[in-house]
Design a protein around this ligand. Structure first.
Ligand code: PMP
Length: 396
């Protein structure tokens, strides 16, 4: 199309607005028209082969995310949590011009090569791939540490001076049951990253929009102990059931992405209108409903009931809980990391799981999954689930 048939002024305004919150104003570099010149246009509708360009009622979807998560100045939409974390890692490497990254044992960040690696035996060993097909030469760029261990962090930075591009973590690890950080641990991590010029990445694919409008970082800010990551990755809830991921953060870092900067990242379906419509609707509903105080109450109810049932039965049980998220660890030891999580008795969990399922409550089918209470659960649902879970514990 040429300027003679397209009224570009509205698109120009929208593109200027998009550039405020999306690197280069696009979710895939070629869309910026750099190789053909001129400015891209926004599409309001399509009929057969014909496009209708935007009018001023269009909303830039990314603005909602920037409003929800204050640490995100610019955001790039993609199609899954895996894409978001993979791209954030590449961006951290491109921005710092370093290769190594730190992750924590038990944290899952999707299935890209750099991240599909858990602990070696010692805190400082280089990672071994978790899956066939990940070259050992990739895995050795990933240093795997134990969560909540400050000395291990100090040692890893000391052993790899000026080499750590980024640290990625689930700020509340939730892929090995639920683990909560020791007080001050996340602030310590923030500080050591700042001192070493390392990009701190919060993977909030699971916690984003679940624990607060701004995930763990929002909760920490509400509690008066803010920790601000450089980059944040998002997924799951952000798509309202459709495949959506996103990563965003400080504009100086995000502007390293193509077409603004040298770090390539792209996607045919990134920012597609169907998925964006579902995501926008989900986020607007969360804003309107503000389900978080209600979910916190329900979460506390479940935790208290489970702990009381285990105490009555005389079996050791830890129930870490925050908001709608909780986990059951049948162990006397408070769970602080991967090693203590693995000490929990998975056989007792399996018996509880089967007993609950027989009575109509479907827990996640693994001792190492975090349980979620959803906005669809009402009070009576949770009362009934509590009764059934208590019975299952009493009958052990
Ligand atoms: N990060 C975290 C914290 C996750 O829990 C997951 C998925 N369970 C991912 C990343 C990967 O997301 P996806 O499955 O959408 O690729």
């Amino acid at each position: 199309m040429t300027e003679s048939v397209v009224n570009m002024s509205v698109s120009d305004q929208l593109f200027a607005r998009a550039k405020q919150v999306i690197p280069g104003g696009v979710n895939s570099p070629v869309r910026a028209f750099r190789s053909v010149g001129g400015a891209p246009f926004f599409v309001k509708a399509a009929h057969g082969a014909r496009l209708v360009t935007a009018d001023d009622r269009e909303l830039i979807d990314a603005e909602l995310i920037v409003r929800f998560v204050p640490s995100i100045q610019k955001v790039r939409m993609c199609n899954s949590g895996t894409e978001a974390t993979m791209s954030a890692i590449r961006l951290a490497r491109g921005f710092t011009k370093r290769d190594k990254i730190i992750k924590f044992s038990g944290c899952y960040h999707g299935h890209s090569d750099s991240l599909l690696i858990k602990a070696g035996s010692g805190a400082l060993t280089h990672g071994n791939p978790d899956s066939a097909g990940v070259p050992a030469s990739f895995a050795k760029e990933t240093v795997v540490l134990s969560f909540n261990d400050r000395a291990a962090l100090d040692a890893a930075f000391a052993a790899n001076p000026d080499q750590i591009a980024g640290v990625i973590l689930e700020p509340f690890p939730a892929n090995i049951g639920l683990i909560l950080p020791d007080p001050g641990y996340l602030a310590y991590l923030r500080d050591i990253c700042t001192r070493n010029g390392t990009v701190l990445i919060f993977d909030e694919v699971m916690t984003g929009f679940r624990l607060s409008k701004a995930g763990v970082q929002g909760l920490l800010a509400e509690q008066g102990t803010p920790v601000i990551p450089d980059l944040t990755t998002l997924g799951k809830i952000i798509g309202g059931g459709l495949p959506v991921g996103a990563f965003g953060g400080h504009a100086d870092i995000m502007d390293y992405l193509a077409p603004e900067g040298p770090v390539y990242q792209a996607g045919t379906l990134s920012g597609n209108p169907l998925a964006m419509a579902a995501g926008i609707t989900a986020l607007r509903m969360l804003e309107e409903l503000n389900p978080y105080p209600r979910l916190e109450k329900l979460g506390q109810q479940v935790r208290d009931v489970l702990i009381a049932a285990a105490r009555n039965k005389g079996i050791p049980l830890q129930v870490p809980q925050v908001g709608s998220m909780f986990a059951l660890f049948f162990t006397p030891t408070p769970v602080r990391d991967y090693a203590t999580a693995l000490q929990a008795d998975a056989k007792i969990f399996a018996r509880i799981f089967r007993s609950c399922l027989d009575r109509g409550v479907y827990l996640a089918p693994s001792a190492y999954e975090t349980a979620f209470i959803s906005t669809a659960h009402d009070g009576p649902d949770i009362d009934q689930a509590c009764e059934i879970m208590s019975k299952a514990i009493a009958e052990l």
